[in-house]
Design a protein around this ligand. Structure first.
Ligand code: PLP
Length: 379
């Protein structure tokens, strides 16, 4: 039995056993430079290409459409700046959502300050973007649409494929980028069905190492490289590939097991937690039931997020504060959903992994009920 309960898997995940084994193997044995022409280089290149194959299989694309980067943040920056540098003469509009991860929102702020028009779509109260809003926002002048697949605070699943239809329907020159960091390895992703030109994933959210990520780029997509240098990754991402981290990511992918079965199990845990918490009448749900079940965002009004987080921590249960914000303004995602101040200030993000058990959920709900009962008593 583990001595703590880890329910902060959207922040990061515990490296899987094959991940650790592969990182070690790369550092000890396969430490060549994949660009070297001798056998050590070729071994390293082969190892990297094996992982490329695994990523391609998960996304249902060709191996040569996968590019390794240093993280999800770099993949998002690459997708955005590469598409906009290349397409800048064809239009000025970029469409995104107000609830993207900062690694999408911040690069777009820079582009806005350079004269691009950035449209940020607001979610409904469930956290989802409305398809009709995407259609209304995409015009002939649009060069990029960037919409996440699954929101990192609420788990809301976004209608990404509607964006492709919107682009087609007006004949916009736009490329479609999707930040799939929270969805990769957790739900079925078919890049062709989604209609995306670029898709971001990251290693450490799927029990892989930190410091490695990837970008799917549809064959034939015209982009200007964001990081230039020695021409690695077919000139799209210069810099010697991190063979240990890429091999670690490959190990994590090997350990994923059956994604649909994992999803079903995690959904059962999520529903169980919801069912018990609902009965207290003191807890509000900020993630709706159609969200990806790996994330459950709740509020325990009357508690500040940080207070409850530390209360849970005292019981060795680790979750995330749903309202972490440098200025104390609360979560911009929950604010954009129109939730009231009290609810935003008391939000908690519980995020599961396939390793969580029924007993973890019982400990969590017992602790939350204890906290909620304290409020009831005080009132
Ligand atoms: N996009 C989303 C939705 C995320 O949740 C995160 C990390 O939390 C990132 C991007 C950034 O990924 P990385 O930590 O690999 O830079």
């Amino acid at each position: 039995m583990s001595e703590f309960v880890y329910l902060d898997n959207s922040a990061t995940t515990k490296p899987s056993s094959s991940c650790i084994e592969n990182v070690n193997k790369a550092l000890c044995e396969n430490w060549g430079n994949p660009s070297s022409l001798h056998v050590l280089g070729m071994n390293a290149e082969d190892a990297v290409n094996e992982v490329r194959k695994k990523a391609a299989k998960l996304l249902r694309c060709a191996d040569n459409e996968i590019y390794f980067t240093s993280c999800g943040t770099e993949s998002n920056n690459t997708a955005i700046f590469s598409a906009v540098f290349k397409g800048r003469k064809r239009g000025k509009r970029i469409v995104t959502t107000a609830v993207e991860h900062p690694s999408v929102l911040e690069p777009l702020k820079i582009l806005e300050s350079e004269g691009f028009e950035v449209i940020r779509l607001k979610p409904d109260s469930s956290g989802r973007i409305r398809e009709e809003d995407i259609f209304a926002a995409v015009d002939k002048n649009t060069i990029l649409v960037s919409i996440m697949l699954c929101n990192n605070e609420t788990g809301a699943i976004m209608p990404v494929s509607a964006a492709k239809n919107a682009i087609k329907s007006v004949g916009a020159p736009a490329l479609l980028h999707c930040d799939a960091v929270q969805a990769f390895g957790k739900m079925d992703i078919d890049v062709a069905k989604l209609g995306v030109d670029m898709l971001t994933f990251s290693g450490h959210k799927i029990h892989g190492p930190k410091g490695v990520g990837g970008l799917y780029i549809k064959k034939g997509t015209a982009l200007r490289p964001y990081i230039s240098g020695g021409g690695q990754e077919k000139n799209m991402r210069s810099g010697t590939e991190s063979v240990p981290l890429i091999m670690g990511l490959g190990g994590a992918m090997d350990d994923l097991g059956n994604i649909a079965e994992n999803l079903k199990r995690v959904k059962e845990l999520n529903l169980k937690a919801r069912e018990i918490l609902k009965s207290t009448n003191l807890i509000e749900f900020n993630s709706d039931e159609n969200s990806l079940p790996y994330i459950l965002n709740i509020s325990v009004p009357s508690y500040r997020s940080e207070t409850l987080l530390h209360f849970l921590e005292s019981k060795k249960i680790y979750v995330s504060s749903g309202s972490a914000c440098a200025k104390g303004e609360g979560s911009y995602v929950l604010n954009e959903m129109g939730l009231d101040r009290k609810r935003v200030d008391s939000a908690l993000r519980i995020s599961f992994s396939r390793f969580n058990t029924q007993s973890d959920i019982e400990k969590l709900v017992d602790a939350l009920i204890e906290a909620a009962a304290k409020i009831r008593k005080a009132n």
